[in-house]
Design a protein around this ligand. Structure first.
Ligand SMILES: Cc1cc2nc3c(=O)[nH]c(=O)nc-3n(C[C@H](O)[C@H](O)[C@H](O)COP(=O)(O)OP(=O)(O)OC[C@H]3O[C@@H](n4cnc5c(N)ncnc54)[C@H](O)[C@@H]3O)c2cc1C
Length: 150
């Protein structure tokens, strides 16, 4: 099996095609990894996602340097794997985040079964129930792919 490095453009193709990633955060000396759903915005070079308030959001607020891993695995000899390093940015409900929020909604609407209504604010003002919308600005990306020789 030969392993090839992917170009940045090829890495972005994989990010754009997939919708589930592993998100890695660094809580001091303790890494934390969970699967997430996301949409990739090529123009902004950013991964958009949302979450309820929990360990990963607390972790990323504390340390915004995160990474995202996406792969397409057929078997041990046939796989493509991309790792993207970036910075967590929370998209709030204020006017300054309006454009990013609209962009996120536009991306999410393209995906079937997306629970977009969950991102609305509850009338009783209980913020714990409001999903946190965020994006990860990609700063560095690498990818590898195998193919069998011949
Ligand atoms: C295919 C797929 C798509 C998903 N998409 C999303 C998404 O778009 N947004 C989203 O917020 N979540 C998504 N999840 C769930 C996500 O993986 C986390 O379980 C969830 O977000 C809770 O993370 P948290 O850090 O807030 O955990 P908390 O609720 O704070 O978790 C507390 C503890 O529970 C354990 N734990 C939490 N999550 C997991 C897990 N997945 N596996 C094992 N142990 C766990 C950890 O030990 C953690 O310390 C997805 C999961 C899958 C499998």
């Amino acid at each position: 099996v030969i392993v090839y490095d992917l170009t940045d453009a090829e890495c972005e193709d994989i990010l754009a095609r997939a919708s589930i990633a592993r998100l890695g955060c660094a809580e001091g000396d303790q890494p934390y990894i969970v699967p997430i759903s996301y949409s990739y915005d090529r123009a902004a070079r950013a991964v958009y996602a949302f979450s309820t308030l929990g360990r990963k959001i607390v972790s990323m607020r504390w340390n915004p340097k995160v990474c995202v891993a996406v792969d397409e695995i057929v078997d041990a000899q046939h796989w493509t794997s991309v790792v993207a390093f970036g910075r967590y940015e929370e998209i709030g409900h204020t006017a300054e985040h309006g454009a990013a929020r609209e962009r996120a909604h536009a991306l999410f609407e393209q995906r079937p079964g997306w629970w977009l209504p969950a991102t609305a604010r509850p009338a009783d003002g209980d913020d714990r129930a409001v999903p946190v919308l965020y994006r990860i600005r990609i700063e560095r990306i690498s990818g590898r792919r195998t193919t069998r020789p011949g």
